[in-house]
Write a protein that binds this ligand. Structure first.
Ligand code: ADP
Ligand code: MG
Length: 631
């Protein structure tokens, strides 16, 4: 049979790189290899249990799923054998020779020398099967897929040095057997006590019996030829089925690593049993770190779905909205049908109501985390951008999501200001939440739009993320207070403006009518209106967006996407008390007046963070003016 031929194949480049990095980065924590291999065995048994619902014959004569760990202290070898789903030759080549996660290559390329030693970054991949090479000189895998003929077994061997071989073998047992030829300095792992310890530390939560070979002096000494005796060393019931108060934090953490294929502890979790019309248990985790592919469309996301303890689906994305795609965990339903498929999940009112409830759970969990400022900062740094997608996606929870957002402000450079915080600092009579959007904090802080707020001591949120203008277009109020872009429309400070301010403003508008008309004429092509400003104290002029106009940030996003933003002319507001405006007013000569007006307008555009359409002309105009001054 030509299939039986031994083939030698090379690992995918990414695998080679990862293997190399991993062995170094994880050296100090190498016992985790066992957790990873047990996790895979448990997944394999979960899959078989699921397949066997429809095809009970798959279980053959061996229905009790388990993983067995055997070792030979003298030889320095370790063997894990599961009776799970197993693999075909194609499965073996694909699963143990490639990493099927898009973006991996770019991610690895971007890692700098220092980062390459960072276990956290390597852990992002879910260290997985390849972690065996941290402790082994050679790894041998023998496997047979459930239902495949005995002759369709496969043997895979590699020294982790860039190549592996595969050949077909005869294999009586279903499932996968992995043998590690331990490195000289890792022989300590071929020891019963050591193994028992590691299993209890990392894998106690696994819902599959993990059996360890009984050490010789414990086994029945009278019968040396007796079959090996096995002892189950873990609790072997799925963690989420246990009572909350009986589960230790470390157990929750270890279970997270199994479910999320993560290397680090989670940031927090929420474990709940729902009873009543629908019955299910959920265990939801917030990771500490965003995965490198959080923004990849095809990146795996969603929860692990079980029905009555039977594993059904990985990455079931129907239970949470997209803006909560970073949440990991399991959901175990008592009343969904066992034969549920991805398709059925898509249009099922029961799933929709679970999604509504689970979304609220996550929001509550985040609200709980938010009570601890430092912890919430850690969360916000990693996932804040994703949460900002929330108000647009989840209309019903807009207000709650808004409460979870954090911004920089005129009082805080760091993104730590929540809307509720902001309101506790609001001025007497302030019934609005003010914000300004721009490219960078530096640019925003020197924006003329802030002048009046500074004068009156009113805090303004400073928004610099790409998504912010879009976010604010979805979010109109919080706690009954309107959110107001200070660079847009008429700035009505309501009660914050004194009566004197208002009268002065009306008077100036009346007095400056001829000047406003002259400027308007000079800037016909550039602005839609010229008016007296309430925004300025120090600057001569400022450009203001119409209430419904596309802002600078959104315009850039649209243009980058090759779309044309609708044209709109801004409003020019002037500060009648400013010497430059007075100078303009005194300029009788028409061409000179026009030059000055144009300069004023360009200047205001620059201060707003815009790029000038014709910077060359601006410079020429400025130079002419400078030369005039020199005369
Ligand atoms: P992950 O578990 O995150 O998918 P791993 O590197 O741990 O990544 O494993 C890669 C793949 O190899 C698994 O997804 C699975 O398809 C396959 N695999 C590994 N171990 C086993 C096993 N014991 N039985 C069956 N398949 C396995
Ligand atoms: Mg794995």
């Amino acid at each position: 049979m030509s299939q039986a031929e031994k083939q030698t194949l090379g690992f995918q480049t990414e695998v080679k790189q990862l293997l190399h990095l991993m062995v170094h980065a994880l050296y100090s924590n190498r016992e985790i290899f066992l957790r990873e291999l047990i996790s895979n065995a448990s997944d394999a048994c979960d899959k078989l249990r699921f397949e066997a619902i429809a095809h009970p014959a798959l279980l053959e004569e061996d229905p009790d799923l388990r993983v067995r760990i055997d070792f030979d202290e003298a030889a320095g070898t370790l063997t894990l054998e599961d009776n799970g789903i197993g693999m075909t030759r194609e499965d073996v080549i694909a699963n143990l020779g490639t990493i099927a996660r898009s973006g991996t290559a770019e991610f690895l390329k971007q890692l700098s020398g220092d980062q390459k030693k960072d276990a956290h970054l390597i852990g992002q991949f879910g260290v997985g099967f390849y972690s065996a090479f941290i402790v082994a000189d050679e790894v041998q895998v023998e496997t047979r897929k459930a239902s495949a003929a005995l002759a369709e077994g496969v043997r895979w061997v590699s020294k982790g040095d860039g190549e592996f071989s595969v050949e077909s073998i005869e294999r009586a047992a279903r499932g996968t057997r992995i043998t590690l030829i331990l490195k000289e300095d890792a022989k300590e792992f071929a020891n019963g006590w050591r193994l028992r310890n590691i299993i209890q530390k990392y894998s106690d939560h696994v819902g599959l019996p993990i059996q360890l070979k009984k050490v010789a002096d414990e086994a029945d000494e009278k019968d040396e030829t007796a079959a090996l005796e096995w002892e189950t060393v873990n609790k072997a019931n799925a963690l989420w089925t246990r009572a909350k108060n009986e589960i230790k934090d470390e157990e929750y953490s270890e279970f997270y690593k199994h479910v999320a294929h993560d290397f680090e502890d989670p940031l927090d979790w929420s474990h709940n049993k729902v009873e009543g019309k629908q019955e299910y248990t959920s265990l939801l985790y917030v990771p500490k770190r965003a995965p490198f592919d959080l923004y990849h469309r095809e990146a795996p996301r969603g929860l692990k779905l079980y029905v009555q303890r039977v594993f059904i689906l990985d990455n079931a994305e129907q239970f949470l909205p997209l803006y909560l795609r970073f949440i990991k965990g399991v959901i175990d339903s008592s009343d969904l049908p066992l034969n549920i498929s991805r398709e059925i999940l898509q249009q099922n009112p029961q799933i929709d109501s679970m999604k509504t409830a689970l979304t609220k759970r996550v929001l509550s969990l985040l609200e709980k985390i938010a009570k601890d400022t430092e912890k919430y900062q850690a969360f916000w740094k990693e996932f804040g951008q994703v949460l900002k997608e929330g108000p647009g996606e989840d209309y019903a929870n807009r207000e709650r999501i808004a409460g979870l957002l954090r911004f920089s402000s005129t009082q805080e450079d760091a993104q730590v200001v929540g809307l509720a915080d902001y309101l506790t600092r609001a001025k007497e009579g302030q019934d609005k939440i003010y914000y300004l959007i721009g490219e960078s904090l530096e640019q925003l802080k020197s924006s003329p739009h802030l002048e009046v707020f500074r004068k009156k001591g009113i805090e303004v949120l400073l928004l610099t993320d790409r998504i912010d203008e879009w976010l604010m277009s979805q979010l109109h109020e919080f706690d009954g207070k309107a959110l107001v872009d200070v660079a847009r429309g008429d700035l009505d400070l309501g009660q914050l403006d004194s009566d004197e301010d208002k009268q002065a403003q009306e008077k100036a508008t009346e007095e400056k009518k001829p000047l406003l008309e002259r400027i308007q004429k000079a800037l016909e092509a550039r602005v839609s209106e010229v008016r007296v400003s309430t925004r300025l104290t120090d600057s001569p002029a400022v450009l203001v967006l119409g209430a419904a106009d596309v802002g600078v940030q959104m315009r850039k996003i649209l243009e980058a996407a090759g779309q044309k933003a609708p044209e709109s002319k801004p409003i020019l507001e002037i500060n009648p008390g400013h010497p430059l405006i007075k100078r303009l007013e005194e300029t009788a000569q028409e061409t000179q007046f026009d030059e000055l007006a144009l300069l004023l307008c360009d200047q205001a555009a620059l201060a707003a963070g815009e790029t000038l359409k014709d910077p060359g002309q601006f410079v020429q105009r400025l130079n002419r003016l400078l030369l005039d001054l020199a005369d």
